[in-house]
Design a protein around this ligand. Structure first.
Ligand SMILES: Nc1ncnc2c1ncn2[C@@H]1O[C@H](COP(=O)(O)OP(=O)(O)OP(=O)(O)O)[C@@H](O)[C@H]1O
Length: 363
């Protein structure tokens, strides 16, 4: 047998056990043919049908997808609306305008205050209360700002959700009694606020005069581990603690005379924060807001505003006399008033009184 015939007979043997007339198909051969042969591109349509390609049928999945996307867009829109609603409810823009109109020479403090209040009031759900502590030398506007914010909140949230406490008048007795009274008061405030879905405001003025027990209580109240209704609240602590740090910084950078907001923010805040947290652990929960010394021009502005309010405009010399009655710390070409605008009101009143009496005497 020739070698060719032998191969054939071997293939037959491997594919069929009985003899047939079918031509044996070699799988390997078939695979190679398939890869070599080109398919015809012509499509064979059945007789009597349209030769156009079938249009893609609309699937229910597409409708479902569009529907889900619409729901998602609606929810995102709603969430953004709610954020705006909350800010509108507390009229933060109105508060910002009032602060910038009334407060002189404290751009860093005002920017920080407005930014933190609007961030906190963006939402009603919070995981800890917000505590702002205002620090700086006397007469620079800390209590004034506290009063303006409290008045604003009384208007937008209601008197019953705003508490103003002056250490000396609200804590005349021993620390433990005062702490019990404050605990009851804060509890009442947060419960009322929760019922109305609002945020209460609690302002403590003259914090240095608070007894140690009250400072410890405040540390607990302003911490994160609290009953849920205590987590949504704003505390403002006002005191002169750390005033030396702020004053030193302002005087050292006096070559600028008017400080850039960011410089006072970054330098004083970092140093002040660590210094304060060493004084009492309460301050590790707070955001310190620095109130810088006021320059001579700021004091002039204070006098001017107060006189306009009282209904008279001073002569240039009169203004210079008033300004020179105050004490200043000198740094380079800059003068900073040691008592800020604190005595402005009393001096203008004195002037007013003198003027009235002179007039009465001359009549
Ligand atoms: N930056 C300021 N802008 C406008 N007015 C001011 C400013 N600072 C002080 N005043 C005026 O001076 C008065 C006294 O200021 P304020 O009581 O706020 O000072 P303070 O910083 O709280 O000082 P202290 O630490 O001594 O209490 C205010 O009622 C206000 O009339």
């Amino acid at each position: 047998m020739s070698p060719r015939l032998r191969i054939r007979s071997q293939t037959f043997r491997s594919t069929s056990s009985a003899f047939t007339f079918d031509v044996p198909v070699d799988n390997g051969l078939k695979r190679s043919c398939r890869s070599v042969r080109k398919r015809k591109k012509r499509v064979l349509y059945p007789e009597g049908t349209s030769r156009k390609a079938p249009t893609q049928g609309s699937s229910a999945a597409n409708y479902l997808l569009v529907f889900l996307l619409l729901i998602l867009a609606f929810q995102v829109f709603n969430a953004i609306e709610n954020l705006d609603d909350n800010l509108l409810r507390y009229d933060i823009l109105g508060l910002e305008k009032t602060l910038w109109r009334e407060v002189i020479g404290q751009p860093t403090a005002l920017a920080l205050l407005v930014k933190s209040l609007s961030q906190y009031l963006n939402t009603h759900v919070h995981d800890c209360p917000m505590v702002l502590s205002l620090h700086g030398p006397t007469g620079t506007g800390k209590s004034f700002v506290g009063r303006l914010i409290a008045k604003h909140f009384e208007m937008v949230a209601g008197h019953h959700l705003v508490f103003r406490l002056y250490a000396r008048s609200h804590c005349p007795d021993d620390g433990a009694t005062c702490a019990t009274r404050i605990t009851a008061m804060v509890k009442e405030a947060v419960q009322k606020a929760e019922q109305e879905e609002k945020v209460p405001l609690i302002v403590f003025d003259d914090v240095e005069a608070l007894p140690e027990e009250v400072l410890d209580l405040l540390q607990v109240l302003t911490g994160p581990n609290q009953p849920p209704e205590h987590l949504s609240a704003i505390y403002i602590l006002i005191g002169s603690l750390g005033h030396e740090i702020v004053s030193k910084f302002v005087v050292r950078n006096a070559s600028l005379c008017s400080l850039q907001p960011l410089e006072l923010d970054s330098l004083v805040k970092g140093h002040l924060a660590s210094w304060l947290s060493q004084k009492h652990p309460l301050y590790s929960n707070t955001l310190p807001i620095p109130f810088g010394l006021l320059g001579r021009e700021h004091i002039r502005h204070c006098f001017w505003e107060e006189m306009i309010t009282e209904g008279f405009v001073p002569a240039e010399q009169e203004m210079e006399n008033l300004l020179s009655e105050l004490q200043y710390v000198l740094s380079g070409e800059c003068e900073y008033a040691l008592t800020g605008c604190k005595s402005v009101v009393s001096r203008v009143n004195q002037m007013h009184w003198k003027e009235n009496h002179t007039c009465a005497g001359s009549l």
